[in-house]
Design a protein around this ligand. Structure first.
Ligand SMILES: NC(=O)c1ccc[n+]([C@@H]2O[C@H](COP(=O)([O-])OP(=O)(O)OC[C@H]3O[C@@H](n4cnc5c(N)ncnc54)[C@H](OP(=O)(O)O)[C@@H]3O)[C@@H](O)[C@H]2O)c1
Length: 252
């Protein structure tokens, strides 16, 4: 599948992996639309990449997704590619007090968001030839990371959902790809996690995105660059060992 001359919607495209993906896909002659919650970040993205379109939208809100759909289909009826990339990751101490509304925030954005986006956009995508859905999960979909328990649960859920979606859409003309990034140098990683990672630098975001695009173009449906592949293999052949290693991170 060639990633050229497409019309692509990327959720969470104002920063990190989504922004880099937007830049590389624009450079390949695609029409690209990004979303995010922060208007200023979206403005900075369109300033950096002339030709990029931006729409303010919160993937954690069902109403936001309905309204995004109306706007996108009216302005970009040739839409044939959906990249569910928007995500948040937090360090969560489960024994600490938290409002119940806050407990499932990562699930709302990282899992419910993509599932609702697929529900809303699938009829349109099915009407387009050679459509593509890319769900951005994580290497942590394969082995949970105890300092980020809700995120790990959301990404494992997204992995399971994506596998099921691929089976159900087999033969429909819609290709379903999972991109499971490893630790990647973006604001998500650098802000909260860097101090826990014992000097691990993570993959450069431009390298990650080049590998993702190359993987899609050669027909891979589960793309696991670098350590994500190791996590998947270790999670199968030595699950206790790799989980014990992940459990050491952030222990005080
Ligand atoms: N970086 C890593 O090490 C790593 C590893 C594995 C997987 N991933 C996954 O890769 C994806 C991108 O992460 P990143 O590292 O690029 O993070 P990032 O730099 O923090 O970017 C996240 C993007 O998502 C948007 N976003 C967050 N919540 C949103 C919401 N409710 N609705 C719409 N947009 C929202 C953000 O914009 P606003 O805040 O303005 O909304 C931003 O554009 C995520 O799904 C993440 O879980 C990242």
């Amino acid at each position: 599948m060639k990633l050229t001359a497409r019309t692509i919607l990327i959720t969470g495209g104002s920063s990190g992996i989504g922004l880099e993906l937007a830049g590389q896909l624009l450079a390949r002659g695609n029409e690209v639309v990004v979303t995010g919650r922060d208007e200023r970040a979206l403005g900075a993205a369109t300033h950096r990449f002339p030709g990029l379109h931006a729409i303010r939208s919160d993937v954690g809100e069902a109403d936001g997704i309905r309204s995004l759909y109306g706007t996108v289909i009216a302005r970009f009826p040739a839409l044939d590619t959906l990249v569910n990339n928007a995500g948040i990751m937090r360090i969560v101490r489960l024994a600490e007090d938290r409002a119940l509304e806050d407990v499932t925030r990562e699930v709302d954005v990282d899992l419910n968001g993509p599932m609702r986006m697929v529900q809303q956009f699938l009829p349109h995508l099915r009407s387009r030839p050679d459509a593509l859905i890319v769900n951005v999960s994580s290497g942590l979909a394969f082995v949970p990371f105890p300092i980020s328990p809700v995120y790990s649960a959301a990404k494992a859920g997204l992995h399971a959902y994506t596998r099921c979606l691929r089976v159900q859409l087999d033969g429909s003309g819609v290709t379903v790809v999972e991109l499971a990034p490893p630790l990647t140098r973006t604001p998500l990683f650098t802000d909260e996690f860097a101090s826990h990672m014992n000097g691990q630098k993570g993959m450069a975001v431009d390298v990650l995105v080049r590998r993702a695009i190359a993987g899609i173009e050669v027909g891979r449906t589960e793309i696991r660059p670098g350590q994500s592949n190791l996590l998947k293999i270790a999670g199968r052949i030595a699950p206790g060992f790799i989980f014990a290693q992940m459990s050491k991170v952030g222990r005080t």
